[in-house]
Write a protein that binds this ligand. Structure first.
Ligand code: FE2
Ligand code: FE2
Length: 299
């Protein structure tokens, strides 16, 4: 019987201490194949080091939306204000941290790939149709069924939402491998997934590995990312320490209030925002409170 082990790592987001911890964990149960699920870069200070590590092993890799964000800066395809506004300073810093060779590699990445030596496992960053469409615990069975019906594969492995998930849908399975460098599921450990093929079936294990969070937060400072990244770096620090989203909820909050997203507004934002609450519920609550405010002010 042919057996085969595939490990999939995704959403590393420029966090080398987290990546190293996962690689050490893998040494204890060596896979036959390692695949990378995209978002190597962005939302973290060590994009170039992560790209170098992945390339040194020659591990195949799919493209994430954060590869495209930073490529847009590198190729000067961003709106003029993104070069000027403080809220984009972290992205500018992260794009400048990557070398021309890093960008050539990132621009070569495909949207999907299959495991090389075992059949029926398809990897994509978001979904097969978009690297920016996320599958998470909130995704309905109906939607998963529709997505999987279009595929011949037994397993669809994905990432992007930074939340681990393994769900059976009829004879197929969707596995979100979670995030190595920036989990959003309340668990601060670095997360990835291992798939074992026994010759007829895949079995999945979602892994969580302790790593030195203080080390990556020190690197935020020593690399210059904290100083250059302003409010975005401040919010990413909160994301790492709470394993929950802060950046997008903060930006939506400031947009809804019509105020600029500056560091001094993080405190009032935190009065309203509970990182343990599902983000969609926060957005609904936010909309209701803005409507209420508009009604009271007679607009
Ligand atoms: Fe990501
Ligand atoms: Fe992503």
């Amino acid at each position: 019987m042919t057996t085969h082990r595939v490990a999939i790592l995704a959403d590393i987001h420029g966090n080398m201490p987290a990546l190293r911890a996962v690689l050490e964990d893998l040494e204890r149960q060596p896979p036959d194949e390692i695949l990378i699920g995209g978002d190597l870069v962005g939302r973290g200070p060590q994009g170039s080091a992560v790209v170098a590590e992945i390339r040194s092993h020659g591990w195949p890799c799919v493209r994430g939306n954060h590869e495209d964000y930073l490529l847009a800066f590198h190729q000067n395809r961003v709106p003029e204000n993104w070069w000027l506004e403080p809220e984009w300073s972290a992205a500018r810093w992260m794009a400048a941290e990557l070398s021309a060779a890093d960008f050539v590699f990132l621009d070569s990445l495909e949207m999907t790939m299959t495991a090389v030596s075992a059949p029926g496992l398809l990897l994509t960053h978001g979904t097969p149709r978009s690297h920016s469409e996320g599958l998470g615990p909130w995704t309905t069975d109906d939607k998963l069924k529709r997505l999987l019906a279009a595929l011949d594969h037994k397993v669809l492995a994905c990432a992007h939402t930074h939340r681990q998930m393994s769900r059976r849908v009829a004879a197929q399975r969707v596995v979100n491998v979670g995030s190595v460098g920036l989990p959003f599921n309340g668990d601060r450990r670095a997360q990835y997934a291992v798939f074992d093929w026994d010759g007829s079936e895949w079995t999945t294990r979602l892994r969580q590995v302790e790593y030195d969070i203080d080390e990556i937060l020190r690197i935020y400072d020593t690399s210059g990312f904290s100083a250059a990244g302003g409010v975005t770096a401040d919010l990413l620090r909160l994301e790492i320490t709470h394993a929950s989203p802060f950046l997008v909820p903060f930006l939506k909050w400031s947009e809804a209030l019509g105020v600029s997203p500056t560091t001094d507004r993080i405190e009032p934002f935190l009065d309203l925002y509970d990182p343990g609450e599902p983000v969609q519920e926060f957005f609904i609550r936010l909309e209701a409170s803005v409507l209420d405010h508009l009604r009271r002010s007679g607009r």
